[in-house]
Design a protein around this ligand. Structure first.
Ligand SMILES: CC(C)(COP(=O)(O)OP(=O)(O)OC[C@H]1O[C@@H](n2cnc3c(N)ncnc32)[C@H](O)[C@@H]1OP(=O)(O)O)[C@@H](O)C(=O)NCCC(=O)NCCS
Length: 434
């Protein structure tokens, strides 16, 4: 079998758990103006959205149109002003907003009609007056006129459309109960709609600049710290919008708008593509440091005494601490694992343990996957381990029982005959997890 075919099969295997995880979940996706400006990438994105829809995700799209509106206003020789990052929308601008957004909506419907051709039916996309607006008002003496803010969301109607198998599209235009037209900030709208419909995920396509210096993952406390440290007003505005979702949305994903494949990569791979901000996990997986030795010993000593783990002295642990990763929760170490290089192709997983109070929450699996990712990054091809009690757990996670002689001679010579541990080996694939 060709390498490309093998890679494809492995990717399919790895992604299957995410397919199951995401089925039936509601996902609000913020599409900024630039995505609509590049027809070819937008076509690809619409096909990816069609795939997500077929895999059972319920999708709400919130479309930004700043660049297109800037260009239309320039064409009509209308100047505009910003205040606190928001455009002041005058009465004379409204027909131009309506034309521009009407045109974009029509273009989007056309692209979505094409996206689903394999299934001989257009991808159903629907928009409507589900968002009620009110004036943003006069702020610091500046009248925002037709720039509005969200007053109410008919979340039942949105949910009913999603249940009916439709993709919901929201645009910057919304209407007041008095029938006036308002221009809403779409990032703000995406966050508020996600809150109102209690979406499982909010995915925000962001600029490379907005994603600069962002870690791969952070919890809401870390987001708050980043927000407080931010000195760039645009970044502060961006982060503060996202921070408002922290009590309602478990996962916010920030993905690069310049990477057309980012959406699928973020959802179906272990490492994702951009930054994940989570409020449903209060633990942190990270490399261990010397300060963690006490916490690790506290957790593994009872397991060593039961013969489940091989004994390690404090001195040895201190020397080998760089091989360890830990899971920390509220400053306690509740999980650990280590990777030891055996040869340039083989690594050994050792000392995998989860505090009994936290077992059964997939933390063991999370540690195993982190070790596998670390091994793959170190260009190792196989992972081996020795265990006395836990071989079934490892077999369930892709390891195979082997003879001791399958290990390199140097490792065989260190085998503790008294422990009679079972030898397991797993071949690593270059695909990572989410
Ligand atoms: C093995 C261990 C790390 C798994 O951690 P965890 O966070 O509970 O793992 P997960 O939540 O991903 O998996 C839990 C599942 O594994 C099963 N499991 C736990 N220990 C097992 C074992 N020894 N054999 C087979 N299955 C086991 C649980 O019953 C549970 O099954 P379920 O999902 O069907 O209910 C944890 O049980 C542990 O610390 N064990 C003691 C140390 C150890 O044996 N380490 C391995 C030696 S290197």
């Amino acid at each position: 079998m060709k390498q490309s075919e093998l890679d494809f099969i492995n990717s399919l295997r790895q992604s299957s758990r995410y397919i199951e995880q995401h089925r039936g979940k509601t996902c609000v996706i913020y599409l900024p103006d630039v995505l609509m400006s590049a027809p070819e990438s937008f076509k690809q994105l619409s096909q990816d959205l069609s795939l997500l829809h077929q895999l059972g995700l319920k999708i709400v799209l919130v479309m930004g149109a700043t660049a297109q509106i800037d260009s239309a206003l320039t064409t009509h020789k209308i100047n505009w002003q910003l205040h606190q990052h928001f455009r002041i929308t005058t009465t004379e601008m409204i027909p131009i907003f309506q034309q521009t957004i009407g045109l974009l909506r029509s273009q989007m419907e056309a692209v979505f009609s094409q996206a689903n051709t394999q299934h001989a039916s257009p991808l159903p996309i629907i928009s409507g007056n589900w968002v009620t607006a009110q004036p943003k008002g006069v702020v610091e003496g500046v009248d925002f006129q037709h720039t509005g803010k969200l007053r109410k969301i008919n979340h039942q109607a949105i949910s009913a459309s999603l249940e009916g198998g439709q993709i919901v599209l929201l645009t910057p235009l919304a209407y007041s109960l008095t029938g006036e037209v308002f221009n809403l900030n779409t990032l703000e709208q995406a966050c508020e709609v996600a809150n109102a419909i209690q979406a499982d995920k909010l995915m925000i396509f962001s600029s490379t600049q907005q994603l600069q210096n962002m870690p791969k993952q952070m919890n809401v406390a870390e987001l708050e710290c980043l927000l407080q440290a931010s000195s760039d007003p645009k970044q502060t505005h961006f982060l503060s919008q996202i921070a408002k979702t922290k009590h309602c949305i478990k996962r916010v994903h920030l993905i690069d708008q310049n990477s057309p494949d980012a959406l699928l990569q973020e959802l179906f791979t272990r490492d994702g593509h951009g930054t994940l901000i989570f409020s449903d996990r209060y633990h942190q997986l990270r490399p261990a440091s010397i300060e963690d030795v006490g916490g690790i010993l506290e957790m593994i000593t009872p397991l060593e005494n039961q013969g489940i783990l091989a004994k390690r002295s404090r001195e040895r642990l201190e020397l080998e601490i760089n091989n360890f990763i830990v899971i920390e929760r509220d400053q306690d170490i509740i999980g650990c694992a280590a990777l030891y290089p055996i040869s340039n192709k083989l690594g050994e997983l050792a000392c995998l343990a989860v505090d009994p109070n936290y077992q059964g929450q997939s933390l063991g699996l999370e540690l195993l996957q982190a070790i596998e990712t670390k091994a793959i990054k170190a260009h190792l091809k196989q992972l081996c381990l020795l265990t006395t009690h836990t071989h079934h757990w490892f077999i369930e996670h892709g390891f195979q029982l082997n003879e001791l002689k399958a290990l390199p001679k140097e490792r065989q010579s260190l085998y503790n005959l008294q422990r009679q541990s079972k030898v397991l080996i797993k071949t690593l694939h270059s695909v990572t997890y989410n």
